[in-house]
Design a protein around this ligand. Structure first.
Ligand SMILES: Cc1ncc(COP(=O)(O)O)c(C=O)c1O
Length: 365
């Protein structure tokens, strides 16, 4: 077995820049100290910068799913009407969390590979009024689709008083997102994708309107109670022990993002996605899965008779390159090549070369 590389070409976790790796290995500081408070304050400012908001952004110790759950329990009460847009596995996850807390979400499903249609959302809001919140994805990582969050948010505002809740776990710092300018109420994310950090931090940007809902919400919550988190912020603390190393590492990742500039980061993703698709077409010649593709990854449909899971396991075993397979109903049928965060053009080329070689072998069998 040769393992020259340990390359993540997956849409989370993503590879870590050396500066972030170094920060993760530093001796721990205690979290109730001036030194930690200074780093924490900086990261909170950095989060506002990346979210494009003047409002508070909260930090939690959890993965993206925890941040999704935090939005559900902080905004809603038993019996609330909820409209959940689903463009793939993560829309379904929002609905599953809502059901776990006794809610009965109305799910508005879209064909996998397609973005949510703002007109269909408008019709759904007109057909049944009274939704307390509309939940949707910025990018759905299972299908590689990007939603027009600006247009969807506008429709919700025009048709209802519902809060707009966005899962930007895989889209933040990769694709354009304007929390304030697009009128988004809660936007959740995580550390292990566009933010170029290890997994373990969850984030939620909370609008003024959303804070009113947080005060009124009746669903049970404790670990994820936004009110408790906000109170601790006065002392520049988190209510519980934070993932100290991850916060320190996040500060380093933000230095890199800030040095590049957010619009330049978005542009880089756009260019790398175009490069990846050109190369995939030239070297593999297989159809892409998404009709409304995001810049974070490209989903590629495998030929009949090729077992996707086996193909990717072989590439990992022999090349040390991780590429994601399909999720749920796409398991074994597609692969998802990520081109986001700290992934470079050379990384993408290495992944495509490995895929081309392995596919040629699989076809020759
Ligand atoms: C769009 C989206 N939402 C939510 C999640 C869940 O995040 P986690 O796996 O960190 O809990 C993911 C992770 O892949 C994601 O891509």
């Amino acid at each position: 077995m040769s393992r020259q590389k340990n390359l993540l070409l997956t849409p989370g976790p993503t590879p870590l820049p050396p500066q972030v790796l170094e920060a993760l290995s530093r001796p721990l500081v205690h979290h109730r100290t001036e030194a930690f408070a200074k780093t924490f304050a900086q990261v909170l400012e950095d989060l506002k910068w990346v979210y494009r908001t003047k409002g508070l952004v909260l930090m939690m110790t959890c993965s993206g799913t925890g941040a999704m759950e935090s939005a559900v329990v902080n905004l809603l009460s038993p019996g609330d009407e909820v409209l959940t847009v689903s463009t793939g596995a993560f829309g379904d996850r929002f609905a599953a969390i809502q059901r776990a807390f006794g809610l009965e979400p109305r799910v508005l499903p879209f064909e996998w590979g397609r973005a949510a249609d703002p007109d269909a959302l408008r019709r759904a809001l007109r057909e049944r009024k009274g939704a307390r919140a509309v939940f949707l994805q910025h990018t759905d990582t299972s299908t590689g689709v990007v939603n027009d969050v600006k247009a969807l948010g506008r429709v919700v505002r025009e048709e209802s008083d519902a809060l707009v809740v966005v899962d930007a776990v895989s889209g933040l710092a990769c694709e354009p997102l304007e929390t304030d300018a697009w009128g988004l109420d809660v936007v959740v994310s995580g550390s292990q994708k566009g933010l170029m950090n290890a997994p373990g931090l969850g984030f939620a940007a909370v609008s003024e309107r959303a804070w009113k809902a947080v005060e009124a919400a009746k669903l049970p919550r404790y670990n994820f109670d936004y009110r408790i988190m906000r109170k601790s912020l006065d002392a520049l603390e988190t209510p519980w022990t934070p993932a100290i190393s991850l916060v320190v590492a996040q500060a380093e990742a933000f230095k890199l993002l800030r040095a590049e500039g957010l619009e330049a980061v978005w542009r880089r993703h756009d260019e790398l996605a175009a490069h990846a698709r050109r190369e995939l077409t030239a070297k593999l010649g297989l159809p892409f899965f998404a009709k409304d593709p995001a810049n974070i990854l490209t989903g590629v449909v495998l030929p009949e008779g090729v077992d996707g899971d086996e193909l990717l396991a072989g590439i990992l075993r022999e090349e040390g390159i991780s590429i994601a397979g399909g999720q749920m109903k796409l398991k074994g049928r597609i692969f998802r090549l990520a081109h986001m965060a700290h992934i470079s053009k050379a990384d993408v080329d290495a992944g495509i070369a490995a895929l081309a070689a392995r596919l040629a072998k699989a076809r020759a069998r």
